[in-house]
Every structure is written in structure tokens, then in C-alpha cells.
Design a protein around this ligand. Sequence first.
Ligand code: BES
Ligand code: MN
Ligand code: ZN
Length: 507
Amino acid sequence: MNIEISQKNLLDLDLDCLVSYVFEDEIDPSLESLELNKSLSDYITDLINDGEINGRFGQLNLVHTHKNAKQKRILFAGMGKKQDFNLDRARKLAANVAKFIRNKNFNVCGALAGRIELPKPIEVSDLFSAIVEGANLGLYTFDDHMRKKSDSTKSESSSFLLGGLGGLTKKQQDAADKAVKTANVVSESAKLARDLVNEPANLMTPTILAERAKLAAKDTKLDYQSLTKKQIEKLGMGAFLGVAKGSDEEPKFIILKYSGDPKNPDKELGLLGKGITFDSGGISIKPAANMSAMKGDMGGAAAVIASMYGVARLELKINITALVPATENLPGGSATKPGDLLTAMNGTTIEVENTDAEGRLVLADALAYANDRGLSPLIDVATLTGAIGVALGSVSMGLFSNDDTLANQLNESSLDTGEKMWRMPLWDEYKDQNKSTVADIKNTGGRQAGSITAAQFLHEFAGDTPWAHLDIASVFMSSKVDGIYQKGATGQPVRTLISLFTKLAAK
Ligand code: BES
Ligand code: MN
Ligand code: ZN
């Protein structure tokens, strides 16, 4: 579906369907603002008076105009009470409207989005970006490997126009154009992350993941580099290599560099993503049930690569280097065994108590590398622990940080995008659980507070550098179709990261 701003008054256009957004508490029974109502002999007024069209959140009413108007149909979309309205609701509603239109096979549609008065501080342009993101993400499908394509793929040529009654003012028009452009890039980035995660592990090996990162860099101003096993060995990344040992696939250390602020070359943020392209658990092998979901254990890497793609396409004034340690975690003949000792790049020795706690091992070396290169602040994204889902359910990811400013900035962006996160504690007391009797640290902290001890392990390698860790194991996949989400990869937290970087770049 192509979404564009219309220069023309939508009421002058021949449309298969005109979408009209209505607030529950401001629904105007005379529908003075909708001239169409008159040509329909006040039919819509009757529907409102009967309570059929009531603007309740999510309600969709399709009304046929029976050749009394240029528009064949009007779809009323309920926005709920004005005081409850926010951009998350707007995205969700837009996703459901887009799916409705797709399922009906309407070709040319329009939305009177500029007609309503929005609650402060939401601007018309915000609503437009929410509609674009909602529709793009709501219509997402992953059918590359299916011979029978889904309806979304078939309806790619249909178009959706956004406009106001009597057109938009010049100022609204400019803001709207920019908003739509940005929203398209943001949703394409989130869709890229979804694609990478949904791909099965045999088609998303470390080598292929690196190729996909290279592809993302090709059309943008991203500098791509991928370190081979030899180079990784030379760097002394013993923790990362300890995980890779059980697999026949070569590990890759992917580096994407974006220099949008060349005047401040020493201000460079580090973005790190866990890139386990399949996590069997290794010798501490996982149970068979649901193990296939571990093809998505590179969800952090996907989010990082996709965010870099978005940042580069938006040409933000910021410097970021992204680091992705990518490998499979398999139980091969030369795999790391429970009890083995590994030495990370910074010299820290690690007792591997459980080979299934591999994410923190690969990130340990990535964090050490980031510190070595002087990147700051650091943000890592990882499908790190099942325990984060026990704590927060599938509603929210976990946020851990040694820096209040960075944590608050992430939180703020998360509120804007609706990709929920909740800050978890990093109290010193939790460090005790990671103590080893034979090495500097061990890679599991026992059953209690599993996501916190995992974060404390990473903290050891982040050191005093301002750092935030997002444990996305609870949200990287959705088990149901819900608004902008399909079954499968969610693309979280790409929109939040791009929002954060946009704000940091404006500073
Ligand atoms: N990749 C998993 C975490 C995970 C679980 C992600 C469920 C997505 C959904 C991680 O590598 C892992 O296996 N963690 C272990 C840690 C334990 C061995 C200390 C876990 O959560 O059980
Ligand atoms: Mn694991
Ligand atoms: Zn894992």
C-alpha cells in the first residue's frame, strides 16, 4: 500500500473508500463537517443517533454511499475518547484500518486525517506518521518462501491518500510531507529487523547475516566491515570464540560505522547486538519444544543492523558504530563444555557453568571491544534471558543501565513509540551470584533474578562507561496478531532506537 499526502480535497476525488476518523466524545450527530452526509439524506446522522457509529476505540463502520457521492464508501474509524487518545492508539487503529481495506480489496482510498482537532501536544503530522507506521507494520507479512503469496503482497499497488477537508495549510503540508517520509523509513527499518528474525537459521547463518548487513550498508552512507575467525582470534575474543566452537559455521564480527557528525569524531556511540543465529543451548542443550524460536536469537543483532540502516537513511547528525558478534550455539564435538574456562578480550577469565548462557559470552567480548575503541555511551540489545519474560511478560522488554540520563532518554523514546520497556535494578548485591571459585566470574547466577544477574555479567564488561542493556527476549516475537504486530518477529526496539538517535542528533 502506497501512502501519500493528497494536495487535493479528498471529497473531490473518486475513491473506493473514504476513511473518517471520529472521536467518541466529539461525534457530531449533524455531521456538519461532512458534506457527504447531506447527499446521503442525513443517513449518517441516523446511524449516529442510533448509536451504531459511536467512535469507540477501534470501532469500524462501513457505510455505502449508493452513487450519491464520488466516494463509493465511507469507513468510520473510532478513535475513542479524546483524553485517552495517543499515538500508540493511532498506530493500532491505522493498522486495523489498513487490514480492513486490504481484506476488502479496495484500491484507492483516502483518510480525512487533517479534519479533526487533536489533543495537545499531538500534531496533524504526528497523526500522519502514526498512520503510515501503523499501516506499514500492520500489513507486514513474511511470505518470501511461500509459493502462494499473501493478500498484502498482492495489494502492494493499492494507494492510500492522506488529507484534510479542503486540503492542508502550507505549514501542515510541509510538516506532513516530512513526517510521512520519516515514518516510511522508520517502518521499513522495523520491517527489515522482522525479516532478519523471521528467516530460518539455515538461511540466516552468521555469513548470511553479515551479507545482509552489507546489503543494508550498500545504498546508505554506512561503512561495513566483517571480521573473520582469524581476525577474531587475533583480537583474543576467547569468550565469543568459546561459543562458536561447537558450530561448523564460521563466526563473524560485523561492524557498521555511521559518521553523520564528522565535526565531532570523538563523540561516537556504540550499539551492540547479540547475533546468535541459532541457540540450541550447546552442550547444555535446550528441550525440543519450541526450540525453533531460537532462530530469532539474533533479534538484538537484527534490531541493531536495522536501526543503523534507518539512521543512515535519515542522515542523522550523529556518529554510531554498531558491533554484532554472530555465531551459532551448537553442541559439536569440539564445543565448549560446562566447567570450561574462557578468557575474554580484556583478560577476564570466565567459568562456563552453562553453555546455554552464551549471549552474555559473545557480548562480553563485544563490550570489551567497544571500550577498547572508546565508544560511549554503549547500548546493547539482546534476546538474553527467558527470565525477563517471567518478570515482565510479553508486554515489555527489560532496561538495565548504570547511567540515569541514558536510561531516561531510552524510556522517553519508548513512551513515544509504544515499544514498552521497564527499568530493572542493578544493585551490587546481585553480583555475588556470578562469583566463581576458579575464575574471575561465572556465566550463570542461578535461578533467582536471572535477567538481573545476566545484566550484571554484562555490566562487568561495560565497566564505568555509560551503558544500557535492553533484554528483548520477552518481546522479540509475538504469539498473536495484534494491531501493528503479526505472529512472529516484532521488530522491537528499532523504532525506539531511531527515535532516541533522532533526539540525540538534534542536541
Ligand atoms: N536465547 C536464550 C534466551 C531466550 C529465551 C530468548 C527465550 C528468547 C526466548 C538465552 O541464550 C538462554 O538460553 N538463556 C538461559 C540462561 C540460563 C542458562 C542462565 C535461559 O534464559 O534459560
Ligand atoms: Mn542460550
Ligand atoms: Zn541465546
